[in-house]
Design a protein around this ligand. Structure first.
Ligand code: PGA
Length: 256
């Protein structure tokens, strides 16, 4: 299992061009002062800031990701963004199936699966989000919900493809609520996911796949959440909007 944690900033629908550039500048300044931070860092700004942020972070250790994309490569799909367009802006990663996409834009597992397959075909690394909602959590359905989501979202993903997939376990009840899962809860779901991946692929894949946690990660709880070896990093929403907070979270992930 790789040691560096993967820390992903999901800005959601926040920050215009100027604010995005300011954030990238602050991160760059910090990295210049501190040389290399031992973490894999990805910024996922809104589409409208991708190119500008890319220009700022080129040559640094920071990678670029998008928050969504469409599952076709070209054509008459007004308002949609293709994988190739993301690549042309410098994206290496793309978040797919975020619970807000599922909740507000009716994205089903089948849609997420189409997106995962095309992202991989086009050379992007999908960060596939799964997680149970509050009711399912209270009804102790977490494992069955996640089992169904992962099976459907990774349908027809080859062993070669899965090597480029990151899974983000994001309990919906923890997103933007200030109520994070405990490290113990997240660890147990991550272990369940690895067992599931082992069944779907093999032991090697299940050991190597990055599974990150998302849901109310803050500078205060990050170290605890990132301590279990099976938690390979975090998908950070609210706390990724200020460079200072985000940097604290990155630093907390450097667990030796
Ligand atoms: P949050 O969001 O950190 O604000 O809870 C996480 C996410 O939605 O990815």
């Amino acid at each position: 299992m790789a040691n560096n944690k993967l820390i992903v900033a999901n800005w959601k629908m926040n920050k215009g061009l100027v604010q995005s550039q300011q954030f990238a500048d602050e991160m760059k300044l910090y990295l210049e002062k501190h040389k290399v931070i031992e973490a894999d860092i990805v910024l996922c700004p809104p589409f409208t800031s991708l190119d500008a942020v890319n220009k700022k972070i080129t040559g640094t250790q920071i990678k670029l990701g998008a928050q969504n994309m469409y599952f076709e490569t070209i054509g008459a799909y007004t308002g949609e963004i293709s994988p190739g367009m993301l690549k042309s802006c410098g994206c290496e990663y793309v978040i797919l199936g975020h619970s807000e996409r599922r909740q507000y834009f009716n994205e089903t597992n089948a849609v997420v699966n189409k997106k995962v397959l095309i992202a991989l075909d086009e050379g992007l690394k999908p960060i596939v989000c799964i997680g149970e909602n509050l009711q399912e959590h209270e009804d102790k359905l977490t494992e069955s919900v996640i089992d169904e989501q992962i099976t459907a979202c990774l349908l027809h993903v080859s062993e070669e493809g899965i090597a480029n997939v990151t899974i983000a376990y994001e309990p919906v009840w923890a997103i933007g609520t200030g109520k994070n899962a405990t490290a113990h809860q997240a660890e147990s779901v991550h272990n369940f996911l690895r067992k599931k991946i082992k069944k779907m692929y093999n032991e090697e894949v299940s050991k190597n796949i990055k599974i990150i946690y998302g849901g109310s990660v803050t500078p205060e709880n990050a170290k605890e959440l990132f301590t279990p070896q099976t938690i390979n990093g975090g998908l950070i929403g609210g706390a990724s909007l200020e460079a200072e907070k985000f940097i604290k979270i990155i630093n907390a992930s450097n667990i030796k």
